[in-house]
Design a protein around this ligand. Structure first.
Ligand code: GUN
Length: 278
């Protein structure tokens, strides 16, 4: 029987630990404050931003919400970021992605002070991660490491295969597994003999963005499978990149969708806000 990795419970545990820390900091007169900027009203973004606000309330972090109209110019957004960068009372700045097409995402992410970049998207933080220096780490892959550790799954010396090479998940995921002394392989759309490689994995992290992409053929008996994907199927039901029913019986541990990696992203965002307090 496999272990079902409970991301909801683990994320709650992390948020409870953070709530205590935030309370302790408040007792010393230190408040933590996260600024969240959304441009336009993409419905999925609104749901994410709202969940971030709720997590702030739960953990005792002050949140500043900036809901800017779709027509906001790049210059206006840069001016707001500049103002937040200079505010002593703002610890974290997050610009919800995607941005409207007329705004250059790279310019915006580069404008955020790396010391306030709680998403871990700034090249300074990406570079720090790659050379083992302290810095902010992208929340979803950081959450995967916490899921593994808090489920008693050892990473050191294990064959870890990451499926997907995005800047937000695949690449930082590989760096983090390497930092934990895993032996790491990154696969992507041009990888040859994909199943041969994924079947070597003791730990398989799937972040390909394709519903049900990984079936039992990709998985070694007894592997740990982490599913980063989130989609809606033809019946409007949430599903991941992994065909759970086919894969789960062959694993030793697996994350469900929903209730696996999803809730961890926001918990790690809260963690970045608290641990990054200067
Ligand atoms: N859009 C989807 N996921 C994320 C995220 O983790 N951070 C930001 N800023 N935008 C997102």
């Amino acid at each position: 029987m496999y272990q079902l990795i409970d991301g909801k419970a683990i994320s709650r545990q992390i948020k409870d630990e953070l709530r205590e820390k935030v309370e302790g900091l408040r007792a010393q007169g230190k408040e933590i404050c996260l600024a969240v900027i959304q441009v336009g009203s993409d419905p999925a973004s609104s749901v994410y931003v709202n969940n971030k606000k709720k997590a702030c309330e739960y953990t005792g972090i002050r949140s500043l919400a900036y809901e800017l109209p779709e027509e906001t110019t790049e210059e206006e957004l840069l001016a707001l970021i500049g103002e937040l960068n200079s505010r002593e009372d703002v610890n974290g700045i997050l610009v919800q992605l995607p941005l409207p097409a007329h705004i250059n995402e790279e310019r915006i992410l580069l404008a955020i002070d790396p010391a306030r970049d709680v998403d871990g998207f700034h090249p300074v933080n990406v570079g720090n991660l790659s050379i083992g220096r302290p810095g902010y780490v992208s929340c979803t892959p950081a959450g995967v490491i916490q899921l593994l550790k808090r489920s008693g799954i050892e990473i050191e010396g294990k064959e870890c295969v990451v499926l997907g090479r995005s800047n937000i998940v695949g690449k930082p995921m590989a760096m983090l597994l390497l930092r934990e002394n895993g032996t790491v392989t990154v696969c992507h759309s041009r990888t040859r003999n994909l199943k041969e490689i994924t079947r070597r994995a003791d730990i398989l992290v799937v972040a390909v963005g394709k519903p049900g992409f990984v079936d039992a053929d990709y998985v070694k008996e007894g592997a740990v499978v982490i599913d980063v994907g989130i989609h809606r199927d033809e019946n409007n039901k949430l599903c991941g990149d992994v065909d759970f029913d086919s894969v789960a019986p062959h694993t030793s541990a697996i994350t469900p969708v929903p209730g696996g990696v999803g809730p961890m992203t926001i918990a790690m965002l809260m963690n970045n806000c608290v641990e990054g307090l200067r």
